[in-house]
Ligand binder design. Structure first.
Ligand SMILES: [Zn+2]
Length: 952
């Protein structure tokens, strides 16, 4: 009893002390900044108000994904104006919802409405009269989507209010709207990114409001909430469809073909509000009727802003050349409308004029914009459907812009990659065919830009006639070059020269076949005979238990995963590094073989091999004899090279580009599924690097300083394979003593030596000799030495000045031709000419110690040229031209600057090696051509390029 008294006395004393230690109350609250009510209608009380799902008043702060989801689930039970569709789950397991909101009679009739929209979209099957009657019956369809960038939060909060307003309102204007419209709300397009950002708001929130847009509360921190789980920008993924969020969403949007698609973003905190229509460059495959409608919508929206004294603008930086934004829908006949609200995050942001724009006002802007756009659509739906129908007729007309053009992807044994491309095209409703016979056509345009006459299309090509319902989208993603107006080019050039800025907002090259590194041609006619519908390749997994080895062909990218997954199960794997024929099976160089003799102690070897081949869906052959006829490789010779199991680390964290870290990480999980570690790069100086034999340095910003550099160099010299991208390659190439690869601008002093090495390399790939001359007994006085027959070399000063000038014109995302060393192990599965996505990358120069596996520029024949010709430090041999640009904007000055430089280098250092990519080989998970080079480096590097380790 006595003890109890003491305890309670102690507590009352101590608890009072605690109270006095509470955080101080702030002098003002951000909730008082903006008194206006966003939800100002008359609402039914049986629908819960958004605030009831939040721990603050609606609109005042950022709702978390869990709060938004719980509101949606509750409302789906409370309202008959609503149908909720879960269209995807994010990588982190969060649901993505599309909410169909309309009058109950429409909600009960969604399937019939959708099927009428599908009918209206294929002008091959209905006539004008039938189209008119469908249009008369159709409600208008709006798709309103928000916050695809997770830290651009106000859109999703506005969506929460819009949903409530539409399902709970008693007002006649809303009830009328719902009887005439189907409004689809996709409130939160990137829940994983939003969750990351919402969490950081919790972590950085103090007691007093914070109006400083530089504070961590507003900026968030690495890897930022903009992107999804793997740090992908989902607003660049609408065509590439690499992420589950996008795949689910695009499938649903494409089923519904909405009339408008709103995409609500945020931009810089000190900005105002921007909406469509865009300015030039606008992709030529967008129906100009949509631009006309864009102006109409902007006008009505502007009136609403004017009424409330809210500032806004249209156009300015908003261009529309790149088709991989949400605006891919415009190529399918939907009007895309962009919102860009200045970014508040929480509380509000102080502006130079002294005012504070509150978060709640930002939400209100998105909310009012949404209602304004819905009203404009309600008013103009009929006319917009008529325009849509006109467009659909044009797409399939033989006299239209798309009537006489066919895209052809030439046959390849790289079934894995081709299947991936086919899946992306099918997701966009593209009709695909295969030719059952050889087709001879009058002419064909190659990816190099060359128009070839009397071209023969091999049997089994993938044939895509442009004349079909989705013609504009097909043209936008398969045409080798997007047309850009001369006036736009002029403006871009002036702007580059004046202040080094660009008017291009994204890459200027994006066609699928070059991104995928698949050879293709465009035929200027509509191919329609001897075609069958495209069908997937059959996979043949042939497992004979008595074979001496089992192999998969290198042509297929999945062969790398096959090797990687086998090694993870501790199975010994070999690479056949030259073309081989074994037991009548042809295997191209780089094919992967598992030998029974290498794995005598492995139980269930056959089962493991078969399971892995089936998981990858790759064909496997069984080989009964290790004998290769004639000079072809035999199984005991030097061409059967043992691989080393890669033990991979990715250097990561805020020193690196989150995009490149993310896509590196994703590429391993997506293509290989093997164990690896992301290691905080700040540990690189003291971590135990011996655990890894392969380290990737994604594109980075940091200095490669003292202890980190030393640790990495020592690790390389002892047998490590270091693979670097873009800015990290720049760091390594500019470091004094980190290998022999240098940046172009640091080599002009010795440009003669670099040219000498290049000429040697070019001569080594020459296919011509004169035997009589060689066997002549006298001294030949007519030998040509390439450097002597070249034009006079430029002085160092001249080279430096040229370089300064040319560097102004570096591309911002174009396709250039890569010249690939066909004898190098890094180029397994890669054709001699590879399209490479190129931007303002470091320009790498190899010396005689280092190898250039891929150089910029395709050498093509030109018999008219008799002499060597100079390009800056390098030259082009007689009888040749050098093609650099393949697609997009590459100024001639830039083409000269990068000509003959290295894109991919490899250098032996001690027992290890350094592999540098000038660019980002896995860009957006879509540059499958360069991705293959990277997979080779990652999985084969430890075995083929470093000294093998013997475990005693
Ligand atoms: Zn954005």
């Amino acid at each position: 009893m006595k003890n109890f008294m003491v305890l309670s006395l102690f507590c009352s004393f101590f608890c009072a002390a605690l109270l006095s230690e509470e955080l101080m109350k702030p002098t003002s609250f951000s909730k008082d900044l903006y008194p206006a009510e966003i939800l100002d209608g008359n609402y039914f009380l049986d629908i819960d108000h958004p605030s009831s799902f939040l721990d603050f008043n609606y609109g005042e702060r950022v709702a978390s994904p869990a709060q938004i989801s719980s509101a949606i689930v509750a409302w789906s039970k409370q309202s008959n104006r609503l149908k909720v569709v879960e269209y995807a789950k994010s990588h982190e397991g969060r649901p993505l919802y599309a909410l169909f909101i309309s009058a109950p009679e429409n909600i009960n009739n969604l399937d019939a409405i959708k099927s009428n929209i599908t009918k209206l979209s294929d002008a091959r099957n209905i006539n004008d009269k039938e189209a008119e009657s469908i249009i008369q019956s159709l409600p208008s369809v709006a798709w309103m989507a928000y916050s695809i960038h997770g830290n651009e939060t106000s859109g999703a909060d506005a969506a929460l209010g819009i949903i409530y307003h539409l399902i709970a309102s008693k007002d006649s204007d809303v009830i009328d709207m719902l009887s005439e419209m189907i409004i689809v709300i996709d409130p939160m397009m990137n829940p994983d990114g939003r969750d990351r950002f919402a969490k950081s708001l919790e972590q950085y929130r103090g007691t007093a409001p914070n109006y400083d847009d530089q504070s961590l509360l507003h900026t968030g921190d690495w890897p930022y909430g903009r992107t999804n789980h793997y740090y992908f920008d989902l607003n660049r993924d609408w065509l590439y469809l690499t992420q589950p969020e996008t795949r689910g969403r695009v499938a649903l949007i494409n089923e519904w073909r909405p009339q408008i698609l709103v995409d609500g973003h945020e931009m810089g905190a000190q900005d105002t509000f921007m909406t469509g229509p865009p300015r030039e460059p606008i992709n030529k495959n967008i129906d100009r009727d949509l631009i006309k409608w864009g102006n109409q919508f902007a006008n009505d929206q502007a009136n609403e802003f004017d009424l409330r004294g809210w500032r806004f603008y249209t156009g300015e930086w908003h261009e529309d050349l790149y088709p991989g934004y949400s605006f891919y829908v415009q190529f399918r006949g939907t009007l895309g409308i962009l919102y860009e609200q200045s970014r508040m995050s929480e509380d509000g942001v102080r502006r130079p004029e002294g005012s504070i724009q509150s978060y709640k006002e930002a939400v209100h802007h998105q909310y009012i914009s949404t209602l304004a756009n819905l009203k404009t659509l309600q008013k103009n739906s009929y006319q917009m459907y008529l325009d849509y129908w006109d467009g659909r007729k044009l797409n399939v007309s033989k006299n239209g812009k798309y009537g006489n053009q066919t895209f052809v992807i030439l046959p390849t044994d790289n079934h894995g990659r081709l299947n991936a491309l086919v899946a992306k095209l099918e997701a966009q409703d593209v009709e695909l065919f295969r030719n059952t016979k050889i087709l001879s056509v009058q002419s064909a345009l190659k990816q190099s830009g060359e128009l070839v006459e009397d071209f023969v299309i091999p049997k089994g090509s993938l044939i895509i006639p442009n004349r079909q319902p989705e013609a504009p989208l097909i043209a936008a993603i398969l045409e080798f070059d997007a047309d850009i107006d001369e006036s736009v080019l002029l403006e871009e050039r002036q702007s580059s020269l004046r202040d080094g800025s660009s008017i291009m907002y994204d890459t200027t090259a994006f066609n699928f076949t070059m991104m995928f590194g698949l050879p293709a041609v465009t035929v200027p006619e509509n191919l329609s005979s001897n075609l069958e519908l495209w069908a997937p390749f059959p996979t043949n997994v042939e497992v004979n238990e008595n074979a001496v080895m089992w192999a998969v062909n290198a042509e297929d990218d999945r062969s790398v995963a096959f090797a990687a997954r086998l090694m993870e199960k501790n199975i010994n794997v070999r690479i056949i590094d030259e073309d081989a024929v074994l037991s009548k099976h042809s295997l191209s160089r780089g094919s992967v073989a598992v030998l029974a003799m290498d794995n005598l102690s492995h139980e269930n070897l056959i089962n493991d091999i078969e399971l892995i081949a089936r998981d990858l869906n790759i064909s496997l052959v069984s080989i009964e004899s290790g004998f290769g006829p004639d000079e072809l490789p035999d199984w005991g010779g030097r061409h059967f090279r043992l691989l080393q199991k890669p033990q991979i680390a990715i250097l990561s964290h805020s020193d690196f580009s989150s995009y490149d870290v993310g896509v590196t990480w994703w590429s391993i999980d997506q293509y290989l599924g093997i164990r690896h570690s992301q290691v905080n790069s700040s540990m690189a100086g003291y971590a135990d690097l011996r655990r890894y034999n392969t380290i990737v340095m994604p594109s980075g910003y940091a200095d490669l300083n003292g202890s980190k550099k030393e640790a990495l160099m020592t690790w390389v010299a002892q047998g490590g394979t270091l693979i670097a991208h873009n800015r990290s390659s720049r760091l390594i190439a500019s470091a004094e003593d980190f290998g022999g690869v240098k940046l172009l601008q640091n080599t002009f002093e010795n440009s003669v030596d670099y040219k000498f090495d290049l000429l040697k390399e070019m001569a080594a790939s020459d296919n011509y000799i004169n035997k009589d001359k060689i066997l002549n007994h006298g001294v030949d006085l007519d030998i040509t030495y390439p450097w002597e027959s070249s034009e006079k070399a430029l002085s160092q000063e001249n080279l430096e000045n040229r370089d300064k000038w040319q560097s102004i014109f570096m591309p911002s995302g174009s396709m250039v031709a890569g010249r690939v060393d066909q004898k190098h192990w890094l180029s397994f599965g890669t054709p001699p000419t590879l399209p490479i996505l190129y931007a303002n990358y470091p320009i790498l120069m190899t010396n005689n110690q280092s190898e250039a596996v891929v150089r910029i520029g395709e050498l093509v024949s030109n018999d008219a040229v008799k002499d060597f010709r100079m390009v800056n430090w390098s030259s082009i041999p007689p009888g040749k031209d050098l093609n650099v640009r393949m697609s997009g904007l590459v100024w001639p000055e830039a083409a000269q600057r990068i000509a003959n430089s290295a894109y991919l280098t490899r250098e032996r250092i001690g027992r290890g090696q350094i592999i540098l990519f000038a660019g980002e080989p896995n860009f957006r998970g879509s540059t499958r051509g360069t991705n293959r080079l990277w997979l080779n480096a990652l999985i084969y590097g430890a075995g083929l390029g470093a000294s093998s380790k013997i475990n005693l």
